[in-house]
Design a binder for this molecule. Structure first.
Ligand SMILES: NC(=O)c1ccc[n+]([C@@H]2O[C@H](COP(=O)([O-])OP(=O)(O)OC[C@H]3O[C@@H](n4cnc5c(N)ncnc54)[C@H](O)[C@@H]3O)[C@@H](O)[C@H]2O)c1
Length: 251
């Protein structure tokens, strides 16, 4: 039975994670970290200093401001961590990579199997369509989401960019520049509204034809199931940076 601490335990994702874990027999939640506090079947602490028992693994769906204290705790205590929070700066991403030299870190902007399949399909599309087609990414999320574009949209753009012979620049906003679209860019567009859980479209627009890859998440459970699977997978692994592709290869 793996002992789990949920960071961001009182948030939307934290509560879904607790629900998924409660239905499993291979793991249990021993505590949560959240500045909000209360309302859970396990103790919620405001910070890592208050943790009384060392977990086997931490699952984080919180806020970039938690990263410093969380990594400090994990590094000091040798605790593996699944980091699902989005909106990190480039420096923070580097900090995560550096921590992974000493502890196991599972880090992905999207925990769903479908999105990770979409990333693989996008690589194939780039191999076939290459620089011939204009590539635009559109992401849609609920009106409570803090960061834009979504971490997943950036992840998809990065996957595409690495597969192109000549890397493109990302263009987030077209209203300020009156100029034709260049071939050397990937457009990334964000829509916020209502309760949309998460939609991502990659549009490959060519001359007289358009290929679209689309993924829709209909509930937060798709991310929670992936994160809990990742946490169990991470226990006992050597230090390193892990992603969904490692977990799939392990099956
Ligand atoms: N990687 C994925 O697959 C995936 C999927 C869904 C959401 N996310 C990301 O997970 C994060 C959380 O999403 P959510 O919808 O649950 O958000 P949320 O706002 O509902 O929950 C975040 C929780 O973190 C807590 N928190 C914030 N700052 C804190 C701090 N400094 N110390 C302690 N607790 C703090 C808040 O009190 C809140 O309860 C976001 O970054 C979101 O983009 C990632």
């Amino acid at each position: 039975m793996k002992k789990v601490v949920i960071v961001g335990a009182c948030g939307h994702m934290g509560r879904v994670i607790a629900d998924i874990v409660s239905g499993r027999e291979d793991c249990t939640v021993i505590a949560g970290i959240d500045k909000a506090g209360g309302g859970a079947a396990f103790p919620i602490y405001p910070g890592f200093d208050s943790l009384t028992e060392k977990p086997d693994v931490i699952i984080d769906f919180s806020h970039p401001s938690v990263l410093d204290s969380m990594l400090a705790y994990c590094l000091t205590n040798g605790v593996p961590v699944v980091i699902a929070t989005t909106g990190y700066s480039q420096e923070q991403v580097e900090q995560i990579h550096k921590a992974a030299e000493q502890i196991p870190v599972f880090f992905t902007f999207n925990m769903s199997l479908g999105i990770n399949l979409m990333a693989e399909l996008a690589k194939k599309a780039v191999a076939v369509l290459g620089g011939q087609f204009d590539i635009e990414i559109v992401e849609k999320h609920h009106n409570q989401k803090l960061d834009a574009p979504s971490g997943t949209a950036i992840m998809l753009a990065d996957v595409i960019n690495k597969s192109l012979d000549k890397p493109c620049t990302y263009v987030y906003d077209r209203h300020s520049v009156r100029a034709k679209r260049s071939k050397d860019e990937i457009g990334i567009h964000s829509i916020r509204g209502g309760t949309i859980v998460g939609e991502h479209e990659i549009i490959f627009a060519g001359r007289d034809e358009v290929v679209t890859l689309k993924h829709e998440a209909h509930s937060k459970s798709v991310f929670a199931v992936g994160a809990v699977n990742a946490a169990v997978f991470l226990c006992g692994k050597p230090a390193g940076l892990y992603a969904m592709s490692d977990m799939l290869a392990d099956k």
